[in-house]
Each structure stands twice: as C-alpha cells, then as structure tokens.
Design a protein around this ligand. Sequence first.
Ligand code: EPZ
Length: 430
Amino acid sequence: MDRIRIVGGNALNGIIPISGAKNAALPLMIASLLTSDTLTLENVPHLADVEGLIRILGNHGVDIAVNGRREHQDGSYSRTVHFTCRTVADTTAPYELVSKMRASFWVIGPLLAREGQARVSLPGGCAIGTRPVDLFIEGLTALGAEMEIDGGYINAKAPKGGLIGARYTFPKVSVGATHVMLMAASLARGTTVIGNAAREPEVVDLANCLIAMGAKISGAGTSTITIEGVPSLSGARHRVLPDRIETGTYAMAVAMTGGDVTLAGTELGLLDTAIEAIRRAGAEVSAVEGGIRVIGHGDAIRPVDIVTEPFPGFPTDLQAQFMGLMTRANGVSHVTETIFENRFMHVQELARLGAKITLSGQTARIEGVSRLRGAPVMATDLRASVSLVIAGLAAEGETMVSRVYHLDRGFERLEEKLTRCGAIVERISD
Ligand code: EPZ
C-alpha cells in the first residue's frame, strides 16, 4: 500500500494547476445514461473515483473512449472523455460496486427516467457518517415512482408512460439528491419545481450540461429549480468546472507554509466563503489572469472560527484542511461541523503532529501551537488525509502518511503539484 513521505518546512512557490472537479465530473458522467448519443466531457480529472465510476457505467452499457492525455504548458493534464450509452445494458447497480463509491447510487435517477426502472443497492454507511438516502426516495416518489426496499436494494419503478413532473421541497439540503432530481425530472412528463435545492457550483455545472443536452432547466444555483421535462435528451460537449475543494486545499497549504503560489485555471467565485476565512487567517488572496494568487506568511496565522454549511457557506470538504491551518494559529479557534456527524477523524492524527484540539460535540476547539513535529499518521478519508499532508508540509521533520488510497480518490497528482512548488513530498510504493 502506498505511503507519502513529507519533509516539512519549505515554503511553497510557483504554479499549481487546478484539475476538473471530482464532484462535478461524477454526476456529469452519470448524466451520460440519459441519452443514446455521445456526451463528451472535457477537463475530466484522473482520479480513482473517476476510474471507478467508468467501470460502473460500463456495467450499465456505457461505452467510454478517453482521448490521449496531453500535457499542457502549465503542466496540467486535460482529459477529454466520450460517454455513449446506445442502450442500457443493465438497470441493476450491485452492492459490490455501489458500496465502493456512494455517488454511484445516483445512477438511480437516469435509469429510472430512461428505462422506467432501476434496482440499486443502498450505499450503506461510510467513514464520515451514516449518510441516509431518504431524500432520494421522497423526491423520486414525488415524481410518481414506486420505491421499495428489498434485500438491501431499492427497487424503483416509474408509472406507465414515465415519471411525472411535480413540486417537491427537500426538508434538508442534499447535493446528491438535487443531482438525481435534476436528471430524473429532465425526462419526466410536465414541470418539476424543486424547493430547498442544493446551490453548489457542481449542481449548476450539471444543470448547464443537461441544458446543453436539451433539458429545460432554470434557477440552478438558487434554492428553487424549475425543470420542464422533455421526451429525450441528445449528446453534448461540456467542460467540467475547476475543483473548488482542490483550490481551497492548496490555498490553505500556502497560508500555512508561507510562499507565493498561483492556482491556475480556477476562480475565486467558486469558494468565496472559504477564501474569506483564509484571508482572515492572514494570507493574501487575489484574482489574477487565469487563476488565483495566494501569498502566505507562514508563522503569522490568525485564529478564525468557521461553521460548515451548504453552499454558499463554508464547505464541509474543506473543514479538515482549515483545521490543519488553525493548528498553527496564534490563538484559539473553533471549527463546527454541521453536515456530517463523524467528520473529525483527522483530529487524532493532527494531535500526533503536536496539534492541541479538544472536541465537544460537533465543535472542535483548536489551540494554536508554535510548531508541529513530523510523525507517522494515517489517512482516514479523502479530505482528512489531505489535511495531514498540509500539516506535514508545515511540520518540522518527517511525516509519513499511510493509507493514501484515500487521497488518490480526489487529488490528482498531489505529490507532483507540491514538489514543483518546492515541497519535499514523495510517494513510497511498498
Ligand atoms: C456531496 O455528497 C459530495 N460528494 C461530498 O463530497 C460533500 O461532502 C457533500 O456533498 C456535502 O457538500 C459528491 O459530490 C460526490 P449530501 P452527498 O447529500 O451528495 C444528509 C468529498 O470529500 N442526507 O449533500 O452525498 C447527509 O447525511 C465528499 O468529496 C440525508 O439525510 O452529500 C448529510 O448530512 C464526501 N438524506 C447531508 O444530508 C439523504 O437522502 C448532506 O449530504 C441524503 C443526504
């Protein structure tokens, strides 16, 4: 199993190309199930989760062709992938596949809309919390589907003639359930109005792609989305938006180590709240041509309290990294997690590097320390593991992060991007 070795203490300087967003690429790839034409996605990141979903979609009958990986001048790869699902080969998504990646549960929306039925395994719990699927069941039921749980699977069936547009307001904001409703309602008969919809940029990206495929959607990016169903969707070409979580992660790394880095191919507007928090912590962040420039001052980090919330609030996917940054602040800060009930697994690992963190319910109290010391630590989930990497970059001596397969799910060529900016980071394959 691979490990990552970091020798901390170097400032980061240079350019880091930001990849396409994992959390946009996954629903966009799933949208290819909605049409018998080819959906071409540009800027698809090369990540374990993307490769996993490629295999899952193949099982449903999607033919996939990847255009050559071309290295661009700035060192970024931009993959263009073509997805074609002439006919759906299988409407069952089995446990072995869905349990590996929760997002694959989302195939339920397009399969139900296009084929009138789907049998999809319940995803089960995961390391960051219980993550139920009640909102998916309620939403699709509102569109007329019969939903029945049987042997760990959801059997979903559309009425004769297909799903029927409806008004449905989510009792709680869910990114995944909003994606699924968007896809399902695009092929329903009549108009659907989704209330309390997720407003994440990835939802807007999916809506824009569906619109390019012929869907009639308005209001994406607000909490009310209106979808006028159409009988069929066509192919399209769409570019995956930049990864705001990767952007925020590297911005926090620079704020922590000090240095001057341009994050290329990304936009400030995707993560205003997180950028505001990074600025309050003392880093300078500005929009520059083609990206964002971050100047960090290393030792002069100010304590900032944050609370995770659905977009446009502070993203839960940046919570662990921000806590990493706060471990070296000049004072006490508080980090409150409101989205997932078990997303503090990095706390024990950060403590191994010398961080002083106490947990009380959903809030962590972080007392900044003047220095962290390298140690062996273990990655527990995707974002938790990258928080250990950025803390390791600012720690004295050597940090060895094990179980890095978590990192490979969501960070494209992390070691290479950091090394090019002067960090000492290497992958050790045993
Ligand atoms: C998406 O997960 C992201 N995943 C997550 O990214 C992200 O943390 C999360 O949104 C929140 O921003 C992808 O986009 C692939 P939710 P999702 O449904 O859609 C509860 C990462 O590290 N809920 O918005 O699964 C749920 O338990 C990750 O890249 C229900 O109660 O999240 C949670 O408390 C991991 N019932 C809250 O809603 C439901 O039916 C928000 O979850 C569905 C969700």
